[in-house]
Write a protein that binds this ligand. Structure first.
Ligand code: NAD
Ligand code: TYD
Length: 350
């Protein structure tokens, strides 16, 4: 029997992880703590909201009194810490929001777990979900390994690197049982449409420009979100305490090639002549400090725990597009309010 606190469960990755744990482990009690920022959306979890082993709590991970109260009430045996400010572009305009949630929020959770578990760490686990961006930016060759030196270069990645350091500090200083995974870029259903892939899908549907930063030559290593959730499940249950695992699908694409593939698939699905959507591609001012290339080496996860991604990229992208085309009400609901203002601010000047 486990009682697990999932933070940020209403977000993109968190909702897939929450769904996986609630449905795969009916004997676990899952509590989802989420502040419902612009990125959090309870409709991401509609299908499981009435599950008997699931509880939602609206609240902030920096609220120590609330976090302590939840630990006292539910006696968590595990934490799956997903909540974060997660968008590099937003971190450039508001870095302190990232320090607050990613650094202060993570430290608050660590302290609450340490105090609640009172040195009895048997069958306890604090699992921290992190990003490959902590390792910095690669040139044309090479990969990120678990022992690659941290070299974060955006306020987002600096705040995530700091949170990783705090998690390891609690392991070394207090013996708190922790695991960390650093994953490459995710894509899939429920992805908020200000990140590259869902933004481009939404803009193709609405016949709007597809903004490509700089020359579109930056490279990202894309993984289907359900494969990420599956890897976390495996590491949570089978990984070694104190260890870090890189997660990635050996799936590197330049942004421009990726968008061209997306355009090709969407033209076919929407019954438009080939080449129609590509005409929407618009090169815009580059992101400040834009990291050139990310690429994960996930050999450790493969060799030690037998993990492999289940989907090829073209297939995962096709599934993702189909989901957005079949869920226009989800898309319309999130493309409003705060998001509309953000979009206006981000793109009108170019
Ligand atoms: P997201 O922005 O979609 O979701 C974040 C969630 O956290 C939202 O539901 C939001 O409401 C919640 N949240 C934010 N601040 C909070 C606070 N102060 N208190 C409580 N809840 C708060 O993010 P995501 O893309 O799902 O990323 C989840 C985690 O995975 C993050 O830690 C991110 O760094 C990491 N990660 C993401 C990717 C990716 O490609 N998206 C890749 C690797 C790692
Ligand atoms: P993003 O989805 O923001 O993820 P991250 O910055 O965490 O990798 O961006 C993915 C890549 O796409 C990144 O190189 C920036 C680029 N990009 C664009 O070219 N245009 C856009 O409108 C966005 C949002 C991103």
């Amino acid at each position: 029997m486990q009682t697990i606190l999932i933070t940020g469960g209403a977000g993109f990755i968190g909702s897939h992880l929450t769904r996986l744990f609630v449905t795969k482990y009916p004997q676990y009690k899952i509590v989802n703590l989420d502040a419902l920022t612009y990125a959090g959306n309870l409709s991401n979890l509609k299908d499981i909201e009435d599950a008997p082993n699931y509880t939602f709590v609206k609240g902030d991970i920096t609220d120590m009194a609330l976090v302590q109260q939840l630990f006292a009430e539910h006696q968590f045996t595990g934490v799956l810490h997903c909540a974060a400010e997660s968008h590099v572009d937003r971190s450039i305009t508001d870095p302190l929001a990232f320090v607050r949630t990613n650094v202060m929020g993570t430290s608050t959770l660590l302290l609450a777990a340490k105090e609640s578990w009172k040195g009895d760490f048997t069958n306890k686990l604090f699992y921290h979900i992190s990003t490959d961006e902590v390792y910095g930016s690669l040139g044309e060759t090479g990969f990120f390994y678990e022992n690659t030196a941290y070299d974060p270069r955006s306020p987002y990645s600096a705040s995530k690197a700091s949170s990783d350091h705090f998690v390891r500090a609690f392991y070394h200083t207090y013996g708190l049982p922790i695991k960390i995974s650093n994953c490459s870029n995710n894509y899939g259903p429920y992805h908020f449409p200000e990140k590259l892939i869902p933004l481009s899908i939404n803009n193709i549907i609405n016949n709007k420009p597809l903004p490509i930063y700089g020359k579109g030559e930056n490279i990202r290593d894309w993984l289907f979100v359900e494969d990420h959730a599956g890897a976390i499940d495996l590491i949570y249950h089978k990984g070694i305490i104190g260890e870090t695992y890189n997660i990635g699908g050996h799936n590197e694409w330049t942004n421009i090639d990726l968008i061209k593939e997306l355009c090709r698939q969407m033209d076919a699905k929407l019954g438009k002549p080939a080449g129609t959507s590509e005409k929407l591609i618009t090169y815009v001012t580059d992101r400040a400090g834009h990291d050139m290339r990310y690429a994960i080496d996930a050999t450790k996860l493969k060799e030690e725990l037998g993990w492999m991604p289940s989907l090829q990229f073209e297939e995962g992208l096709s599934k993702t597009i189909d989901w957005y085309l079949n869920n226009p009400e989800w898309l319309n609901n999130v493309v409003s309010g705060n998001y509309a203002a953000y979009y206006e601010d981000q793109y009108h000047k170019r």
